[in-house]
Design a protein around this ligand. Structure first.
Ligand code: HEM
Length: 425
């Protein structure tokens, strides 16, 4: 049996078995729903009504044109004591204030000014990060990304790779925990003391963040741009770490892996990388295009969710508070309506940098809650990818299209294994 309104169709039966399918293979479930019911699907899952919106018009309506009518969906819930008051999950007045405070730090002009600094941070750790061969590129890029976010956002000058690794362990553990929690229907409150591992990792991370924050570093990039209240400030800082670290690390590793498995693209990137100047989209158009194309095929944030604050009517259907609206960049980016040969890695689509339609390319979301770190992430990725291809030849050991695991961010199922040879050898 299927449910039909003028625009929205969808299956009606088995809401609980669908929840099981979602837990097992969410991307497979979404693909099947869109294949069977089109780009606007309504379906019951568990105790909720879900809408999967996979066309650019609906995405634009929810993320941007009618953004005021929605709040973030469940997932990284706002009552999370580590990041709930940070920009990612805050709502209302708190969000407005934090966004206004932080926006100047992440403006393109500011990020441009950071380029030489980012370049030297990359040079400091590139060789030690890639010293082993073979190794998992994904793990290496996550480490490098954490190093860069600490350097650029926290302005931490005395940072060792060992301390970055230790911090990475805490962040990874916590993100894994949040991921499992986001999929559990019945959740114990965070404050329950029996969850010792959660409290241990959270405490470590808080301690490390406090050690490097601006009371001790008045020159920090964020100085003067954080909430006054110490608890809110701490959560705002941890949010920036968590939001900026895995996403950018995965973006860099997918771009490098895809280039390594597509020799004609790799040749273009190597040719561009011979230039000594710090890369920009204009000096390194192919490298930039390869990064955008990787973000299209493997968007680190593979799912956006919203819930209406009041009843909202769109295209003959009324979304009600409690309904959950899903927009998947992964699915949208693979729509043949927007991208010819959607499964193919073809950076040349981006040589004019233009998305095929508004809200058809949404690796950074859209509207007022669009990623604040977009320019920083793209600048970091451009420098890292360009410097690595200049110095090293990466040879993929796994499949050209490795299986993915949609955790809190989209990652490979078994790592992205490569051999690494210095080009001069
Ligand atoms: C390639 C790397 C990145 C990707 C793909 C990415 C993706 C996204 C997406 C899709 C959103 C919107 C989520 C939604 O609408 O529900 C978002 C929000 C956000 N991102 Fe990023 N991000 C990246 C890097 C960064 C970096 C480097 C930082 C900061 C250091 C950052 C900080 C944030 C914050 C604070 C938000 C919440 C913004 C708000 O709600 O006002 N991100 N990101």
């Amino acid at each position: 049996m299927s449910f039909i309104t003028a625009d929205f169709q969808g299956p009606r039966s088995h809401p609980w078995s669908r929840l099981r399918d979602f837990h097992r293979d969410p991307l497979g479930l979404f693909q099947a729903l869109v294949r069977d019911f089109g780009h606007r699907v309504r379906f019951p899952m568990g105790a909720w009504t879900f809408y999967l919106l996979n066309d650019s018009e609906s995405a634009g309506f929810v993320l941007s044109h009618h953004a005021k009518g929605f709040r973030k969906g469940p997932g990284l819930a706002a009552n999370n004591p580590l990041i709930g008051r940070g920009l990612l999950t805050a709502e209302g007045e708190l969000w407005t204030q934090e966004r206004q405070q932080l926006a100047p730090v992440f403006r393109p002009r500011n990020i441009s000014a950071m380029r030489p600094w980012l370049e030297s941070a990359v040079q400091e750790v590139l060789d030690p990060t890639l010293a082993k061969s073979p190794q998992d590129l994904e793990a290496a890029m996550l480490e490098l990304s954490l190093y860069l976010v600490l350097k650029s956002v926290f302005a931490t000058s005395d940072l060792s790779l060992a301390s970055v690794r230790a911090m990475g362990e805490d962040v990874r553990w916590l993100m894994h925990y949040f991921y499992h929690r986001s999929r559990t229907v019945w959740r114990f409150p965070y404050v329950f003391p029996f969850n010792r591992r959660y409290h241990r990792h959270a405490q470590h991370l808080i301690q490390r963040v406090e050690d490097i924050t601006f009371d001790k570093r008045p020159f920090m990039t964020l100085h003067g741009h954080l909430p006054e209240d110490p608890e809110t400030r701490r959560q705002a800082l941890v949010t920036l770490l968590i939001a900026g670290y895995e996403t950018t690390g995965h973006a860099m590793s997918w771009a490098l892996y895809l280039a390594a498995t597509h020799p004609p693209v790799e040749e273009r990137l190597v040719a561009e990388s011979l230039s000594e100047t710090t890369p920009t989209p204009s000096t390194h158009p192919w490298t930039y295009a390869a990064i955008l194309e990787s973000l299209r095929l493997y968007p680190p944030v593979w799912l956006l969710s919203r819930t209406p604050t009041t009843a909202v009517t769109f295209s003959n259907v009324t979304f009600r508070p409690g309904d959950i609206l899903l927009i998947s960049p992964w699915l949208m980016h693979r729509s043949a309506d927007h991208y010819p040969e959607p499964e193919a890695f073809r950076p040349e689509r981006w040589l004019n940098w233009r998305p095929p339609a508004p809200y058809a390319f949404i690796p950074f979301g859209g509207g007022p809650r669009r990623c604040i770190g977009e320019d920083l992430a793209l600048t970091e990725a451009l420098i890292v990818v360009s410097r690595i291809v200049a110095r090293y030849r990466l040879t993929a050991l796994g499949a050209p299209r490795p299986s993915v695991f949609p955790g809190l961010t989209l990652q490979s199922q078994d790592g992205l294994w490569v051999t690494i040879q210095p080009r001069s050898a």
